[in-house]
Design a protein around this ligand. Structure first.
Ligand code: HEC
Length: 191
């Protein structure tokens, strides 16, 4: 009984303190979703255009040079820091940090539980020595188009294979099938 009496005011306090943060988190989540949607639309458009114009081996340049530029522009406009990450990464820099690895694991659980891959995302507010940090992860689902460069290695075109072998010798980003989560778009901003 004594313990309960002590725990209750503490709980109430925690509840009150969480409210302004929760509002801010919801607003940041909205803004992260909008930024992600814009970025992915631009990137998808560029990718499709390059695939139609020159095939997947030519379109590798879009992923290599244009994707970081598009992300940098979106970052500058929105104030989010933005990266793509995957445990089976192609770009050696796209290694997930601890939070990103956990986020991806929980998005994969939700996918397995029946959620649609297109709308899978999550956000948190974490305490850091520098203050509160908003973090957001959006699943990047593997679509049919992606399989040209991330699918079964035996089914990749010889041109794509050759180009990947020279430009990404440590490539781990093959062997995916449609509907799997290829990686995440990871965004963060100080609160
Ligand atoms: C034309 C080939 C090609 C296609 C098609 C393609 N990618 Fe990629 N993808 C790449 C290349 C090349 C990289 C490495 C880019 C870099 O240097 O950062 C990459 C990197 C990524 C990354 C960053 C993590 C990593 O592995 O380095 C993600 C996530 C990703 N692709 C998802 C997708 C998704 C989702 C699709 C389909 C919508 C897709 N890709 C279609 C070639 C492709």
């Amino acid at each position: 009984m004594k313990r309960l009496a002590l725990a209750l005011p503490l709980l109430l306090l925690a509840g009150c303190a969480a409210t302004p943060n929760a509002d801010k988190q919801a607003a940041l989540t909205d803004s992260a979703r909008q930024t992600a949607a814009g970025l992915l639309q631009t990137l998808g458009g560029e990718l499709k255009a390059a695939m139609t114009a020159g095939g997947p081996a030519e379109a590798i340049g879009v992923c290599k040079e244009k994707a970081p530029k598009i992300a940098a522009e979106a970052a500058q406009k929105s104030g989010f820091s933005i990266k793509r990450a995957s445990p089976k990464n192609r770009n050696p820099k796209a290694v997930p940090d601890a939070w990103e690895a956990d986020a991806l694991a929980s998005l994969e659980k939700r996918l397995a539980a029946g959620e649609k891959p297109e709308t899978l995302d999550m956000s948190v507010v974490v305490d850091t020595p520098e203050g509160k940090l908003f973090r957001y992860a959006k699943a990047l689902p593997t679509q049919a188009l992606c399989l040209n460069c991330h699918g079964d290695p035996d089914k990749l075109s010889p041109e794509v294979k050759a180009k990947l072998a020279t430009e990404y010798p440590g490539d781990k980003a093959v062997g995916y099938s449609a509907g799997m989560i290829r990686g995440i778009l990871s965004m963060k901003k100080a609160m």
